[in-house]
Design a protein around this ligand. Structure first.
Ligand code: 5GP
Length: 138
């Protein structure tokens, strides 16, 4: 299956859809998940177009995991979380719903979540959380 440049995250990368950014560099973007599984749930994506982790170039992969680490530290501090779950799904069969590779950075315990919030988070709430995480970014 080829990459669909009309997927939601491609639109976020092009600035066609609003997102609450917490981190960006030449290779990656991190922003708040709109239907979080826990407060502070953040997504980290590569700018390179790739459907799954297995489609990603070595360079993009290297920068992506470094961004996940950096964002994870900030989310942990900002949310005062004892644990951070880093999750990454590949393919519909695995539960992937957006066809642009992404890492979930979720504060808390995997035993306490697994389902998305029933409603989209209010933009104001996400902006406040994004600010809180940005302040903890080293
Ligand atoms: P997946 O199920 O593919 O691993 O995760 C996709 C994630 O993207 C979900 O956690 C979902 O809540 C999030 N998501 C879907 N659409 C949007 C959107 O338009 N904006 C943001 N910020 N997150 C989204």
């Amino acid at each position: 299956m080829s990459y669909d440049s009309e997927n939601i995250f491609a639109k976020i990368l092009r600035g066609e859809i609003l997102s609450h950014k917490v981190y960006e560099d030449e290779y990656t973007l991190a922003f708040m998940d709109i239907m979080p599984q826990a407060t502070g749930h953040t997504l980290v994506i590569p700018k390179e177009p790739a459907r799954t982790l297995f489609d990603l170039s070595d360079t993009a992969c290297t920068h992506l995991i470094r961004a996940v680490q950096r964002v994870g530290v900030a989310v942990k501090l900002a949310m005062k979380a004892d644990g951070i779950v880093v999750m990454q799904l590949n393919g519909i069969a695995a539960g992937q719903t957006v066809d642009h590779v992404h890492f979930h950075v979720v504060p808390g315990s995997v035993h306490d979540f697994g389902k998305h919030s029933a409603e989209e988070n209010q933009a104001g709430d996400l902006a406040l959380l994004a600010d809180k995480i940005i302040q903890c970014m080293s």
